[in-house]
Design a protein around this ligand. Structure first.
Ligand code: BTN
Length: 329
């Protein structure tokens, strides 16, 4: 077996156990393939077990991986990940943190490269748009932030929000054929309930963006919501009726996001807008939104190239909405 030379012994061991999944592999073969002693193999196996991998061992048979970890560990995300940069360079894994967007912003300010991913199992101060709280319980949710460094003007940056919404919706569709759609600007809904949200935070000077942090929260295997969210939120596990593979979902998101980001950098905005429109139910529906403190009702007509929404009021006038919360009326 040929393995990449930059992999750690632990990652290599995991990869070997994965390729033999269900079958025994002897301690001697492992020690030979890894170039370490048999007692070192044992120590690494113990470490993997502490990380939640179920590995059986038996005299004269060796080791066998029977179940992968329930944690969203970097090794799990990167195993089989088909991206060039997104999630493929560095993944910062945290059991708990206040907000992955805050951690990612700190890393970005220290010059960490594009494609770096921050993932947490739990957030104690998860943030949503407009200063809201993002319900981020331990076990079951996906809380991640990705650092981007596009060489673009700050005026172009809001479009990135659309890309992340498309990638999130498509990644969910890759797991199950369900009624997922995007509500402008980038709420991901199943039916009328929200299952995921994107928080894009941009740092720039007058001419150029220095970094973008895309934060994504998905209610993947969350089973319970606080009373105030019960009517408006849902999770993939509740909708599909079984727990979903969180690592596979993160991989699908990273792959699709990198794909649309490349299209965006090539200036192919129309391709992105077409895809966004196909996944959205906002256009053509009657909505209400607050503009400068005033509630306005009308028809959502179109999405501009900059990502703003065109709203037509009953008097025939059109209004551009740059941010806000839509209500379908
Ligand atoms: C929204 O719909 O209002 C956006 C929600 C974004 C939540 C994610 S979870 C990971 C990242 N860290 C945060 O604090 N927020 C985003």
């Amino acid at each position: 077996m040929i393995l990449p030379s930059d992999m750690s012994t632990l990652q290599t061991l995991l990869q070997i156990l994965r390729t033999h999944a269900g079958d025994w592999i002897s301690g001697e073969d492992l020690s030979h393939e890894l170039g370490v002693t048999r007692s070192a193999v044992w120590k690494h196996v113990s470490r993997l077990r502490r990380d939640g991998y179920a590995i059986t061992s038996a005299p004269r048979k060796g080791y066998r991986l029977t179940q992968t970890t329930p944690l969203l560990l970097p090794e799990e995300i990167q195993s089989g990940l088909r991206t060039r940069h997104f999630g493929n360079r560095k993944i910062v894994y945290l059991e708990t943190t206040d907000s992955t967007n805050t951690r990612a912003r700190e890393l970005a300010n220290r010059g960490i490269p594009e494609g770096t991913l921050v993932v947490a199992e739990e957030q104690t101060a998860g943030r949503g748009r407009k200063g809201r709280v993002w319900h981020s319980p331990e076990k079951g949710g996906i809380y991640l932030s990705l650092i981007l460094r596009p060489k673009i003007s700050p005026l172009e940056a809001p479009k990135i929000t659309l890309l992340a919404g498309i990638a999130a919706a498509e990644s969910i569709l890759s797991l199950a054929d369900i009624d997922v759609h995007i509500k402008w600007p980038n709420d991901i809904l199943i039916g009328k309930r929200k299952v995921a949200g994107v928080l894009t935070e941009i740092a720039s000077d007058l001419d150029e963006v220095s970094h973008v942090v895309t934060g994504l929260g998905i209610n993947a295997n969350v089973r319970e919501f606080p009373a105030e969210l019960q009517d408006v939120a849902t999770s993939l596990a509740l909708e599909i009726g079984r727990p979903v593979d969180r690592a596979a979902l993160v991989r699908a998101f990273l792959e699709r996001y990198e794909h649309y980001y490349t299209i965006f950098l090539q200036g192919r905005t129309n391709t992105i807008l077409e895809r966004w429109k196909a996944l959205s139910r906002t256009l053509g529906s009657r909505i209400a939104v607050e503009i400068s403190g005033k509630r306005i009702t009308g028809m959502a007509r179109d999405i501009e190239r900059d990502g703003s929404l065109i709203l037509e009021t009953p008097d025939g006038k059109t209004h551009r909405v740059f941010s806000g919360d839509l209500e379908t009326v």
